[in-house]
Design a protein around this ligand. Structure first.
Ligand code: SIN
Length: 524
């Protein structure tokens, strides 16, 4: 079967959370023809949409150097100092220019004269800008509304990125092997028709978000299955620090809540962690108490859950709140109430959940990967800002800064000349006979990936657990690859291929690094 469907753009952007959207906004202003691909049918759906806490800025009596110190301390000292400098020096300016002046984000104010700065763990100042507890949603909606106004941006929603198009790999020309490897776009599956399009672009920006949904418990949306890491690795780009998976200490413990996040700003407003029988415990683990860095709080909760033989601990805001709970946390209040928990009156049952990947596709200060033509921004990228553990509320800012910088770099170096003839590039290959996809098999494979990562490559890791995880996942990968080659193209199957590859990368990185640091904790 042949369906040689083609699309063209100057810049192809995969994903439209804050990083992809910032890249698109900047590139659109330079007049480039842009295609944005998103796996979801709703454009706003992304990790950004669910960010509650806020976006780091500079608070009162604050300075870029103080913020830099906090980032590096939380990151256990293995942060890239050049990247942290860029974030701390340029971040506030871009918040003012893009979020406040251009997108008119209504950050919560403490008075007519001043915005309200929230407190989060690891920060030595109150410096988090927020829109009550729906910061990500407000920012994401404003970006999408702004992007829709540009005639040079085309959205392909409900499309799944299958693989990056690269030369020489996808070229029929044997001489292409002598050229520098280059990304020239992507194969993208139209989820509705089951057909794969070749999208050609001299520049591709990966902004596909993270991989939290590879773990059994996660605060991320279902689509965060690590697609970008897997595609970049297959294309030959360099990835680093994949063992540093950050677990958020507090997601709602409820059968139907699907990892609903209870923001760290809740502890910033006074809430305290307690065991099921009402004992506070964080003072035993850190002199920062409930506001210790995330990795420490997560491990303390894990330990207390084991010691008390319990599936959760409690987060008590009702007894300690320094704010009007309903006014400050309307979204968390309403959502918990839906599950029968009144957070103004009773503690919230919480458990840790996979939240953020601090590593990823290695990029430079402009978001360039090691593969020509390919940029990566946001969670999928590793700028080195986060080191071994991310400081709270730095990810939205990193997405804004590197998204904007990537497009600025492309604009000042734009070269539209393709290093290949289009006729030399392989169209997507459809096998002659195509097996139907059995949802029961897909579901079981996902369960296996998620529970293996959670139990063996999760909060506390050992060599034995990681070796078992690696062996089990590699075996599963053989089966998935076979299934993939023979089955009808289906987004669920593409996800599975991406997911298993990223799960193996995390496991191998964790196994190869015996040193506990930040979010990577080995107990051998
Ligand atoms: C939170 O609100 O706790 C999440 C913020 C973040 O992960 O940066």
């Amino acid at each position: 079967m042949t369906h040689n469907l083609k699309e063209y753009a100057d810049i192809l952007i995969l994903g439209c959370g804050i990083a992809g959207s910032s890249a698109a906004l900047e590139a659109a202003k330079h007049g480039f023809q842009i295609i944005i691909v998103t796996r979801y049918s709703r454009l706003e759906e992304s990790n950004t949409y669910y960010a509650q806490g806020g976006i780091v800025s500079l608070g009162k009596d604050d300075h870029p150097e103080i913020l830099k110190e906090d980032i590096i301390k939380t990151g256990a000292g293995i942060n890239n100092p050049e990247a942290v400098d860029i974030l701390t020096r340029e971040g506030k300016k871009l918040i003012d220019e893009i979020l406040i002046k251009e997108l008119k984000i209504p950050f919560t104010r403490s008075s007519a004269e001043s915005v309200d700065y929230a407190q989060e763990a690891g920060h030595s100042r109150r410096r988090i800008l927020h829109v009550k507890d729906t910061t990500g949603r407000t920012i994401e909606e404003a970006f999408i509304n702004a992007l829709k106004k540009f005639p040079n941006i085309r959205f392909l929603s409900d499309h799944t990125a299958v693989d990056l198009l690269t030369i020489p790999h996808h070229s029929k020309n044997p001489l292409a092997i002598y050229k520098e490897p280059q990304c020239i776009g992507a194969y993208v599956l139209d989820n509705q028709t089951g057909l794969v399009k070749s999208i050609f672009a001299p520049y591709t920006i990966l902004a596909t978000g993270g991989c939290g949904a590879l773990f059994l418990y996660t605060s991320n949306p279902k689509g965060a299955i690590g697609a970008g890491y897997a595609m970049a690795a297959r294309a030959g780009a360099r990835l680093v620090n994949m063992e540093y998976i950050q677990f958020h200490p507090t997601s709602l413990y409820h059968r139907d809540a699907d990892g609903f996040l209870i923001s760290e700003t809740v502890r910033g407003e006074g809430a305290r962690l307690k065991t099921k029988d009402g004992r506070t415990f964080m003072e035993k683990y850190s002199d920062k108490g409930d506001l210790a860095p995330r990795d420490e709080v997560t491990r303390a909760i894990y330990e207390e859950m084991i010691n008390t033989n319990s599936n959760y601990v409690l987060l008590d805001l009702a007894s300690y709140a320094k704010c009007d709970i309903k006014e400050r946390f309307p979204h968390i209040y309403r959502t918990c109430l839906q599950y029968g928990i009144d957070i103004t009156k009773e503690p919230i049952p919480v458990v840790p959940a996979a939240h953020y990947c601090c590593g990823g596709v290695l990029v430079d200060s402009w978001g360039r990967t090691s593969l020509k033509g390919l940029y990566a921004v946001g969670e999928v990228a590793c700028t080195g800002v986060h080191g071994a553990n991310r400081l709270a509320s730095t990810s939205l800012l990193e997405g804004l800064v590197w998204g904007t910088r990537a497009s600025r770099h492309i604009a000042s170096h734009f070269d539209p000349t393709p290093p290949y003839k289009e006729s030399e590039i392989h169209p997507w290959y459809y096998p002659e006979t195509q097996e139907e996809v059995d949802p029961a098999l897909i579901q079981q494979d996902w369960l296996m990936i998620r529970s293996t990562l959670w139990n063996y490559a999760g909060i506390i890791r050992t060599k034995k657990r990681l070796e078992r995880a690696k062996a089990d996942l590699e075996y599963l990968q053989h089966r998935i690859e076979k299934f993939y080659r023979e089955a009808r193209m289906d987004p669920q199957l593409v996800d599975l291929k991406h997911g298993i590859q990223t799960a193996i990368m995390i496991t191998r990185a964790a196994l190869m690094n015996p040193i506990s640091l930040g979010a990577h904790y080995r107990k051998d």
